[in-house]
Write a protein that binds this ligand. Structure first.
Ligand code: ZN
Ligand code: MN
Length: 496
């Protein structure tokens, strides 16, 4: 197995055979819709409750119970579809996907099979590539089976019946970077649209990968599904590993090693995929129309109403920040990665009238505070600092009340205490010193014994002044007005 396989754009080239391998990959993403209650009953969807405390006859599959569609779930599903530019079907239907497992006491999952509520759409990646969506359907989640108790398996049905949308891409993903960029963009869109919190750690976003390889120009070969991917990085790593594994197995020439249709699990510790089970064909599930629910209809007015509730999406915001506010592409990306941060920025930029300064403060100081254990906040909304506070700080610097270096001290105190910029400036005594008498004292002290520099400045070497300004600023505790310091130093030298 000494072959090396190298990437040439979208193609993977084997040094052993010279074969140019083409990757065919599609991603399936389950996203939990951000509803208060489950898809077909009134149980809460909240996370981290005692096992089986959020259940009822419907979501535990008791005989005689009947599902009723949660309209909020439909609304959020439709909003997600519109945000991805997909078509929402005027009518679709629910189907039963039958299988037996302890986490699904009804013995079937209510899903959508041949008539999903949404088809088409797509997402443009930063690389310029477009990943098309094949379909999105609504379905309920299963419960959770806990297998780590020796011979006993425990079942928690709090999650059973939670509303999900399952989105399936076309096989447009051909590299690990495509997968990573697509998932990042999809997550952003779902959060912006308010459709899902998309928190992977809470299982609100789950991704499966379907992948096959074939020599470029030939027909598609057997696809393999990879599951158990709990981060975008793992998705990219698993895709890379699986592509290499399949190429090596085909190139071994040993048919018993050729990829078979199966489900494999990603082992994030050993960085390999391993076989879990051979994949059942779709008709193993004996899908049939759910008899307890009417067809799902979406009226034109409902669609319009959901469309009106969509905010400006991240890609549109980014280009507006660059075009209209003069931000760099990088800053625009940093600020739009999280909708709450983008909203904070827009408010601070509007109040202060200085978007570039607002962008700098947020990306350099505010976002850094979120990763810092000193400030018990992980989201921008949890910080005591609000957009109008930042705007006030920007104004104090712009009008010269404080020096921008002192501004960072003020910012830190504001982040810690939530106090207004003005009161922090007063408390810390950071107003710039413009009292000529005191400034002169510091300047004279700095000039003491600096004959070489003094001579240089007298010779017209203005730059030499720089070496004196630092010590003066330091003596003043950062409060001296640097412009005035420069003028006083020049005057004192020329007078001496
Ligand atoms: Zn329930
Ligand atoms: Mn599913």
């Amino acid at each position: 197995m000494s072959a090396t396989i190298e990437r040439d754009g979208d193609i993977w080239v084997s040094s052993k055979t010279g074969t140019r391998w083409q990757v065919v990959c599609g991603l399936e993403v389950h996203a939990q819709l951000r509803t208060r209650t489950k898809l077909f009953c009134g149980c809460e969807t909240s996370f981290g409750n005692p096992p089986n405390s959020r259940t009822c006859p419907v979501c535990t599959g008791q005989p005689g119970s009947l599902p009723v569609l949660n309209e909020d779930a439909l609304a959020l599903g439709v909003r997600a579809a519109l945000a991805i530019g997909a078509d929402v079907a005027p009518w679709s239907k629910f189907d039963r996907k039958n299988y037996f497992y302890c986490d699904i006491p009804k013995n079937y999952q209510i899903s959508q099979f041949d008539r999903p509520y949404c088809t088409g759409g797509g997402i443009d990646l930063p690389s310029g590539k477009r990943i098309r969506l094949h379909r999105i359907h609504l379905e309920e989640d299963a419960g959770k089976a806990i297998h780590d108790r020796g011979t006993t398996t425990l079942v928690d049905l709090n999650r059973a019946g939670t509303p999900l949308i399952e989105s399936v891409t076309e096989a447009d993903v051909t590299t690990p970077e495509d997968a990573f960029e697509y998932l990042t963009a999809l997550k952003e869109i779902l959060i912006y649209a308010g459709a899902s919190n998309a928190n992977m750690e809470k299982g609100e976003l789950r991704c499966d990968v379907n992948v096959s390889v074939h020599p470029a120009g030939e027909g598609w070969r057997t696809k393999v599904e990879v599951k158990n991917l709990n981060s975008f990085r793992n998705v990219a790593a698993a895709l890379e590993h699986e592509v290499l594994r399949q190429i090596v197995d085909y190139e071994s020439g040993d048919e018993s090693r050729f990829p078979v249709q199966e489900t494999r699990l990603w082992d994030a510790d050993k960085l390999v995929t391993r076989s879990m089970r051979s994949k059942e064909a779709a008709d193993d599930y004996r899908y049939f129309t759910e008899p307890d629910l009417p067809p799902l209809t979406v009226s034109e007015s409902f669609l319009e109403q959901q469309r009106n509730m969509l905010p400006e999406l991240p890609a549109a915001r980014r280009s507006r920040y660059v075009r209209e506010l003069g931000l760099s592409q990088y800053d625009a990306e940093v600020l739009t990665g999280d909708r709450a941060v983008a909203d904070f920025f827009e408010a601070a930029a509007r109040i202060s009238g200085r978007p570039k300064e607002a962008a700098n403060w947020i990306s350099n100081e505010v976002l850094r505070a979120l990763g810092d254990a000193d400030f018990a906040a992980t989201t921008i909304d949890e910080l005591p600092l609000k957009p109008n506070d930042l705007a006030e700080l920007i104004a104090l610097i712009a009008e010269g009340t404080i020096h921008s270096a002192a501004g960072r001290k003020v910012m830190r105190a504001m982040l810690e205490t939530g106090d207004a910029a003005k009161s922090v400036v007063e408390r810390l005594g950071l107003e710039q010193v413009e009292d000529t008498g005191r400034l002169e004292e510091w300047c004279r002290a700095a000039l003491d014994g600096k004959d070489a520099i003094i001579a240089d400045v007298k010779d017209g070497k203005e730059k030499a002044l720089g070496a004196l300004i630092g010590p003066v600023m330091q003596a003043s505790g950062g409060k001296a007005n640097p412009q005035m310091v420069r003028e006083i130093l020049r005057r004192l030298i020329l007078e001496s």
